[in-house]
Structures are given as structure tokens and as C-alpha cells.
Design a protein around this ligand. Structure first.
Ligand code: SF4
Length: 415
């Protein structure tokens, strides 16, 4: 059979001819507080996932002015308040992600937000906050701030990974007080994450320790990719060291997709069973999910593992699959129809679009492949339910010390 050619899929351009206020509105409609530095992030971390964001259309607004801020505050105030919602400081769908505490007015505007709205706020930063002020705000507005501090690492790899990041001394001051809700940091080698966990826990027993390893994606320098992979190797032993230390903090491990898929195998399998597919039905999914289903439900459907070619690196995630990735797999093999998890078309870009902005209609029109959407496999299931098993204890007991995980790791993926 002659291989069919993969057509070029065109993303829908949503920002063409629009001005930056449209970007602000779209981000706010998605629960973001879209401040802008008006330039690329000057911190230039070696691991930054924004180093190559060419897969999506962005239009970066100019540096936020007081007038822009008043527009933002008014727009957000016109939205109903959901007590469970935390508005995220910074947009990242139609603009580029940066560390917004580098904006000279950021601290003042965070205070404005708390004073002039009744909404909650969350922010992520590598630590460029004003120390007495951030602790004062946290004490003054209890429960309304979710501060996720990106510690990344305090040890010997810090200089290589974030040469322009704040000093360790400053980060420890940020941790020392009521402000930080959760601190994220990662394994890069032995005695990295475990050392950091002990240090942070000595200073702050209230914050959640959010740990794991970082996944290489396209565009990262080779030396960083190597360091991330080295961290992945060290992660099980590092996690056991922390588990055995019995620290008082709440502790989570967020690692690569194949581990998450294994820890959630029962949920994945029962959801799959509820779909009542025929064994000939072709279903596209990320490689890790295909591996779980091959292990527990062999030949109960035709599993098509699709690599995340668009994001590249070691990405392995159904939510982040693009139609281009899927076309590269299913078109040459001559599939006439496929089943598609709904989460692929629930990206923030718009209705029935993947993360790159390509629509389901464009895919069907250009490839001739018919699509049946699996509505039960939505983003809510993928993001919320699959994160439930993310405790350090669960990772150590059900993955690191579980012999079944070794046979899963050794199993070749033959779908
Ligand atoms: S501070 Fe954040 S946005 Fe800026 S380079 Fe580092 S990781 Fe990227």
C-alpha cells in the first residue's frame, strides 16, 4: 500500500487584526490577570518552557501601564465571584509567560487586587517578591492568596539552571513566614531534592512541598535536558530519602506521565471499560496511556500511541497532543476513522481547537479521517482526577516499592 501524505494543517489565527486589549480580555475570560513586562522574561532560566513557544499564536502586550491596570481591575470586577476560584497573575495562552514580580508595580497591584476585589489570587514566581510586604499581605488577607514559589533547586545546580534567579538567601527569607503556600523543587541528581526538602521544612512546616522531576521539551539546551534526565534517574532514591525522613509538611510528587499513568491505572482502566469500545475501534492517546491499556486491556481496542512531536523532548501527554501529531500517525497508516479523547480539543485557544489552534474541522477536512469524540475523557478527568494520587507516600509505596511497576517499565510498547 502506498503511504498517504500528511497534509499541512493550518491553525486558526484568532488575534489577527486585533489589538493587545483583545489579548487581555481573552486571558481574563480564562481567569488570568494579564500583566505584562512588555519584553521576554529577563531571568532566562535554562529550564524555561517558554524558550520555544512557536507552536502557538501569541501577541505580547506592551508593558502594563496604570491605565491598563485600571482597565484590568474593572473588567475582573465585572465578573461574578467564585469563592473557589483563584485568579492567576499572568497570562500564558495568548501571551508569553514571564516572572511578573519584575514589573515595578506588581506588588502594589497585587495589593490593589486584594483591596478592591473580593476575589482570590494565585501567583507563581521564582521569588522576586518584596519580603516584608508579601508576608504582611498574606497575614492581612488569609485564605485569599495562593503563592506557589518556584524554588527549583537550592543546591549545586542552581547557578547553571537559573544564573539570573534570586539568591538562595533571599529565597529562604521568602519561605520564612506565612506567605508561601507551596514550594516547588526538583531532583537533578542524588542529594538535591532531598536536601532541599529538609532545608525548606526546617524553615516552613506549613507549605506544601511540591516535588518531582522536570520533563525535557523542544528548545531546551542539551545540558539542561541531560540534567533533567539525570534527575529522573535519581528521583526514586531521592523520594525514598524524604519519605524515610518523615517531614511534617504535606508532600507531593509530580513526575513524568508514565508514572502518573501507572499510579492512576485503575481509574484509567475503569474509564476505558465504560466507553464500551469494540476491539477494532482505533483510539488515539499518549504513549503512557497506551502502555497501561496494553498491559491491562490488551486487544480490547486498537490503541494508537501518538508521540507529542509538536512539544518534543520527552513529553508524553494526551491533553497536549496536537492534530498535527495525530495526523502524522494515522494518515500514513490509512485510518478512515479514529476515536479522540475530548481533552485534546479543550485547549484554552478556543472551541474544538488543539493547543496549537488547529480545529477539529480542519483536521477532518484536510485528512479525510472521521473523528468520534470520547466525551468522558475530558480535561477535568485528565487534570483533576489524575492528580489525586500525587502524594509522596503513594509514589513511594505504589511505584518505587511496587514490583508490578518494574514489569510495567520493562514492557515494550506494542500497540
Ligand atoms: S523566571 Fe519563569 S518565565 Fe522567567 S525565564 Fe525563569 S522560568 Fe521562564
Amino acid at each position: 500500500m502506498r503511504m498517504r501524505e500528511v497534509p499541512v494543517l493550518e491553525p486558526t489565527r484568532v488575534l489577527q487584526g486585533k489589538d493587545y486589549r483583545e489579548v487581555l480580555r481573552r486571558e481574563m475570560d480564562a481567569g488570568k490577570i494579564p500583566l505584562s513586562l512588555g519584553k521576554r522574561c529577563p531571568v532566562k532560566c535554562e529550564f524555561c518552557y517558554e524558550l520555544d513557544h512557536s507552536y502557538r499564536e501569541t501577541l505580547d502586550p506592551p508593558k502594563t501601564t496604570q491605565e491598563d491596570w485600571e482597565f484590568i481591575l474593572k473588567y475582573i470586577n465585572s465578573k461574578p465571584t467564585d469563592p473557589l476560584q483563584f485568579w492567576c497573575l499572568g497570562g500564558n495562552e495568548y501571551m508569553e509567560w514571564t516572572d511578573l514580580f519584575l514589573h515595578p508595580k506588581a506588588m502594589e497591584w497585587v495589593e490593589d487586587f486584594l483591596k478592591y476585589t473580593d476575589k482570590n489570587i494565585q501567583f507563581f514566581t521564582v521569588g522576586f517578591v518584596h519580603v516584608p510586604k508579601i508576608h504582611r499581605l498574606a497575614a492581612q488577607y488569609p485564605g485569599r492568596i495562593n503563592f506557589e514559589l518556584s524554588v527549583i533547586t537550592l543546591g549545586r545546580y542552581r547557578q547553571q539552571l537559573m544564573p539570573h534567579g534570586p539568591s538562595v538567601k533571599h529565597v529562604l527569607k521568602v519561605l520564612d513566614g506565612p506567605a508561601v503556600s507551596s514550594a516547588n523543587f526538583y531532583a537533578f541528581d542524588h542529594q538535591t531534592m532531598s536536601e532541599d526538602a529538609r532545608t525548606i521544612s526546617r524553615i516552613n512546616q506549613q507549605c506544601v512541598l511540591w516535588m518531582g522531576c522536570l520533563t525535557p521539551v523542544r528548545g531546551l539546551p542539551d545540558s539542561t535536558v541531560a540534567l533533567m534526565r539525570q534527575g529522573r534517574e535519581a528521583l526514586p532514591a531521592e523520594a525514598e530519602r524524604i519519605y524515610d525522613a518523615g517531614l511534617p509538611n504535606l508532600m507531593t510528587i509530580h513526575t513524568e506521565a508514565y508514572v502518573t499513568a501507572f499510579l492512576n491505572r485503575k481509574r484509567i482502566v475503569s474509564l476505558f471499560d465504560s466507553l464500551e469500545l469494540d476491539k477494532k475501534d482505533p483510539v488515539v492517546m499518549a504513549k503512557s496511556v497506551a502502555k497501561i491499556l496494553t498491559m491491562f486491556r490488551k486487544r480490547r481496542a486498537r490503541f494508537i500511541p501518538v508521540p507529542n512531536a509538536m512539544l518534543g523532548g520527552d513529553s508524553d501527554c494526551t491533553v497536549l497532543l496536537t492534530f498535527d501529531d495525530i495526523a502524522k500517525c494515522v494518515v500514513p497508516q490509512g485510518y478512515k476513522y479514529i476515536y479522540l479523547p475530548k481533552c485534546v480539543i479543550e485547549s484554552g485557544r478556543g472551541p474544538e481547537m488543539d493547543i496549537a489552534g488547529v480545529t477539529l474541522e480542519e483536521f477532518t477536512k484536510k485528512t479525510g479521517v472521521r473523528v468520534r469524540v470520547l466525551h468522558k475523557i475530558d480535561t477535568k478527568f485528565a487534570n483533576t482526577r489524575l492528580y489525586r494520587n500525587g502524594s509522596l507516600q503513594n509514589y513511594v509505596e505504589d511505584y518505587v516499592r511496587n514490583p508490578l511497576a518494574r514489569s510495567y517499565e520493562a514492557m515494550p510498547l506494542s500497540a
